[in-house]
Design a protein around this ligand. Sequence first.
Ligand code: UDP
Ligand code: MG
Length: 311
Amino acid sequence: MLSVIIPAYNEEKCIELAYGAIQSLLAENEIEGEFIFVDDGSKDNTYEMITRLSEEKENVIGLHFSRNFGKESAISAGLASVNGDCAVVIDCDLQHPPEKIIEMYRLWEQGYEIVEGIKKERGQEKKMHSFGAKFFYSAISRMAGFDMANSSDFKLLDRKVVDVINKMPERGFFRAISYWVGYNKATVEYDVKERVDGESKWSTVGLIKYAVSNISSFSTAPMQIVTALGIVMLVISVIFGVWALIDKIIGRALEGMTTVIIITIFIGSIIMISLGIIGYYIARIYEEIKGRPRYIISSSVRSTRKNPPAK
Ligand code: UDP
Ligand code: MG
């Protein structure tokens, strides 16, 4: 059985569309499916739509978060409820072409344990966002040590991989974790389509925050940059120090106020940036150490009409 995990935040109109599109494809290809809708604390009727779907259809599970915890948390919750032999994560807005699920499933049948969806075209996106995404993926790929260009959350995972990810205590970045775990991988390219309804939940500031938090969850390189900057500053200050001494010896000491000011400002700002970066990591440690749950499920529904679980 294939578990289809669909995170949804304010997607009331998309729930049925997504279910319909995916279910008919699965039926056509004789793949048994289970739908796990994770309502990420939507403010509209998303959960009502999921509940209705679970009453009408077979094999629909709905989880409702007590508030909006973000897509990463929604994916975690979905993964924790997987009953299938493999699971695919797909956006509710059908921007990830559902027909690719079949392609992914066939690759899984051939023995691949992770099938990554790779974006061929980024679809209609703000110029700044696609530039940011490019920069972000090349940075994180270099820092984390694996190539994640154009990756997305659209992927199919074998049961084994789902179990491994479920056991990981950290609140990581799903896209990167699935690279980090290793396993036998295949890729499927897809074009990002237009959203069927509603609008993207991402703002520019949100995306920047997301990028920074993901980089820090996967790499300590920014902290090492701090060390490197410190060393560079040390070298520069030695040079200036010697220079100042020579000035003193030949009696030109009063000049050079500008240099002093520049150096003070420069060092000051580097120290502040460095403390900020270190503080950011400490904040992350604090977040992890508190051990709060990644999400809170306030209610859940499950189809009562259920297919006999065929292996
Ligand atoms: N999503 C979510 N929680 C959030 C934001 C988004 O579960 O806080 C879901 C959303 O419902 C959709 C998917 O994540 O199924 C992708 O979101 P969106 O389409 O807004 O992002 P984009 O496609 O613009 O990257
Ligand atoms: Mg989308």
